[in-house]
Design a protein around this ligand. Sequence first.
Ligand code: MRU
Length: 343
Amino acid sequence: MILENTHQRSITRTADGKGARILDQRRLPWEIVWVELRSARDAEIAIREMWTRGAPLIGATAAYGLAMALAQDGSDASLDAAFTLLAEARPTAVNLRWALEQVAEAVRPLAPGDRAHAAFARADAICDEDVALNKAIGEHGLALLRDLHARHPDRPLNILTHCNAGWLATVDYGTATAPIYLAHDAGIPVHVWVDETRPRNQGALLTAFELAGHGVPHTVIADNAGGHLMMRGQVDAVIVGTDRVTANGDVCNKIGTYLKALAAHDNAVPFYVALPYTTFDANTATGADIPIEEREQAEVTHVTGEGGRIRVTASSAANPAFDVTPARLVTGYLTERGLLDRI
Ligand SMILES: CSC[C@@H](O)[C@@H](O)C(=O)COP(=O)(O)O
């Protein structure tokens, strides 16, 4: 990610190698604050309270969290307790459990004293792999965006995205945003419609911040505007990320994604889902089987912005954080292996 004119990853090890350094995303775009996580409990809080977020990035954070627990105590009991703590921090994105399983499998055969070193090494490898996967998604997506632009070469290519599936949701590049960054860099005139993504406004706060940092033209829109823009021919494609794709191809992503897919289907706008293999859950049959996180109602009853937090309703609220888009509404899955019409 380009931050303060420097290319930086969203997560790295701390300078002493014993912790993990992340951005406090709750403060973006108003302040750039890096925090150091020093224990599994720190990592769990950062994930649960969404200092850090996005499916691949919470997986990477949890992997370091497990390594930090093993650095304090390399026993089986410590491994199991930290695994459970971190796995329960957020329920929906499958990357979290995937990353924890990767680390646990790597260290379980080792002596307790050797586990922390191996766990940090596996967490580093998860991060490096995430960057490579996203680059590959970007390259396949670039070919797709080139084709889409060739249909109307006289005007910018309009992409609509929901939530933040960018640098800030991954270790680098993003999934849904990787093709956009590469297309922009390749001279394709891309413009992005950024859904604000209530209730937490990841689009307005994070995606817009990233796109601005990379110089990509974009416009923030109210979540309800997408259907109208699609009907008027102002959206060439929708590209979103995902927290989990099930065996039948159903796509779980940030609440509101399903409505965008319905509107895209009704208006013959292609709807693409970008994902690395780490987000595919072959063990879950359909989207109906995915645990959907229910977050605190204050995220709906209040809005946080530059001036602080204000209440926007006098009533109580419900706050399901994700929804499921049925596979039949997905035009294609943009993966590191290419654009697939079924998963
Ligand atoms: C590449 S990130 C894909 C998804 O994790 C992303 O679209 C999303 O829904 C993030 O939700 P969040 O609740 O902000 O963690």
